[in-house]
Design a protein around this ligand. Structure first.
Ligand code: AMP
Length: 402
């Protein structure tokens, strides 16, 4: 089955055309600066160089129209006509409590996603635009919505409720939802497969450490806790997001700097995390380089980062009363042996030892603990697009979830 995966942001759009029978990517790319001067489409056919073209894209309609033109281009395209595209999978950020799994898109589903927009005002409206434009340009092709939040809907009340008046949960739906669910689901399943077992037999912790970062506890196949909250601001320290802080700090900064709550939120979302703490960069490559050059700010930031990840791992070991395997994934988790090593220095009590040779030298799926370790630590590259494509195929075929 050929599935077009669409991830629509407010001014950008990522796409991949995937063969779900072979997991092969026919072509992929992105449209940037939609509705802004200097918009550009990037297109890459499998095995070929990236093509970058500056072209006006006033709205998402022109952007998706261009994607389809590139996919059908006589010379560099990968399909002859739209009829070859069997289904479209859309990444949707927030499914609230309404969506506990992926769904085929209908008018009712669109309405329900709209109702969740209040919880993700920057993301859901953009995701919905993607759906509407695809309906317009490719009528009749079945579409599926895959939610970032759905995988975490198995969390029990004790994990998702905040210690605030219960009426806020009842009246405003304030609770932990969690994000990166597609990645946590893909990585946990893939790790079980890689370890030649089934997820239902394992207690697993997935550390998705990218520019955004979250961690989840998956007990016998079900997510029982995750670090991001009602929004992606909670939890680990991230590239530019603060993660957990004392909520009273918000009012304190607001008063001290005489700024609005919106400005404080902007600081927590865009000027904090490792960027804010180090004053150097949100990119972990820059921080690691600076640390190696003897920069103290970079060193203390990376130390604080690793410490927090290790604390979360510890709390999830307690929540599950044990752990069998820990996965590192996403930009930092997959690529930074130094950070993996720093985090795992705290985990000796679990009976694990990092094999620094495989940690530093390997690539792709791999175990980075020594064979005598009681808990296995793995590096598992994430693939959210493939997970969306697989979910789309499953629903279009009418298959049940595992
Ligand atoms: P993601 O959000 O998953 O795309 O991850 C982006 C983050 O991965 C950025 O902060 C990058 O600095 C980080 N990253 C990518 N490659 C490396 C690397 N080799 N070492 C450390 N961090 C990396």
């Amino acid at each position: 089955m050929k599935v077009l995966v669409i991830n629509c942001g407010s001014s950008s759009l990522k796409y991949q055309l995937i063969n779900t029978d072979t997991d092969e990517v026919f072509a992929k790319g992105l449209c940037e600066r939609i509705g802004i001067d200097g918009s550009q489409i990037v297109y890459q056919k499998e095995g070929c160089q990236k093509e970058k073209t500056l072209t006006p894209m006033p709205t998402h309609k022109e952007a998706i129209g261009l994607v389809l033109e590139y996919l059908m281009n006589e010379e560099t395209g990968v399909v002859k006509s739209l009829d070859e595209i069997d289904a479209i999978g859309h990444r949707i950020v927030h499914g609230g409590e309404k969506f506990t799994e992926s769904v085929l898109i209908t008018d009712e589903v669109i309405e329900a996603i709209e109702e969740c927009s209040e919880l993700a005002p920057l993301h859901n409206p953009a995701n919905l635009t993607g759906i509407r434009v695809c309906q317009m340009l490719m009528p009749g092709i079945p579409m599926v919505a895959v939610f970032d939040t759905a995988f975490h809907q198995t969390m029990p009340e004790k994990a998702y409720l905040y210690g605030i008046p219960y009426k806020y949960y009842e009246n405003y739906s304030i609770r932990r939802y969690g994000f990166h669910g597609t990645s946590h689901k893909y990585v946990s399943n893939h790790m079980a497969h890689f370890l030649k077992t089934r997820l239902k037999y394992l207690k697993v912790i997935v550390c998705h450490l990218g520019n955004g970062a979250s961690i989840s506890a998956i007990d016998h196949g079900k997510c029982i806790d995750t670090s991001m909250g009602m929004t992606p601001l909670e939890g680990l320290m991230m590239g530019t997001r603060s993660g957990d802080i004392d909520p009273a700090i918000l009012e304190y900064i607001q008063k001290k700097d005489n700024i609005t709550i919106e400005e404080v939120m902007d600081i927590l979302n865009k000027e904090s995390g490792v960027y804010g703490m180090s004053g150097i960069s949100s990119d972990f490559r820059d921080l690691t380089e600076a640390e190696e050059a003897g920069n103290q700010a970079a060193a203390r930031t990376l130390e604080a980062y690793a410490y927090r990840v290790a604390k979360y791992i510890g709390s999830y070991v307690a929540a599950m009363n044990g752990v069998d395997a820990i996965a590192f994934t996403a930009g930092v988790g997959e690529n930074s042996a130094v950070i993996r090593s720093e985090i795992c220095k705290y985990l000796g009590y679990l009976g694990l030892t990092i094999d620094e040779v495989t940690n530093h030298a390997g690539s792709g799926d791999r175990i980075i603990t020594t064979p005598d370790s009681r808990v296995r630590v793995c590096v598992i590259p994430t693939n959210e697009e493939l997970e969306i494509a697989r979910e789309t195929m499953r629903l279009v075929k009418g298959d049940k979830a595992e």
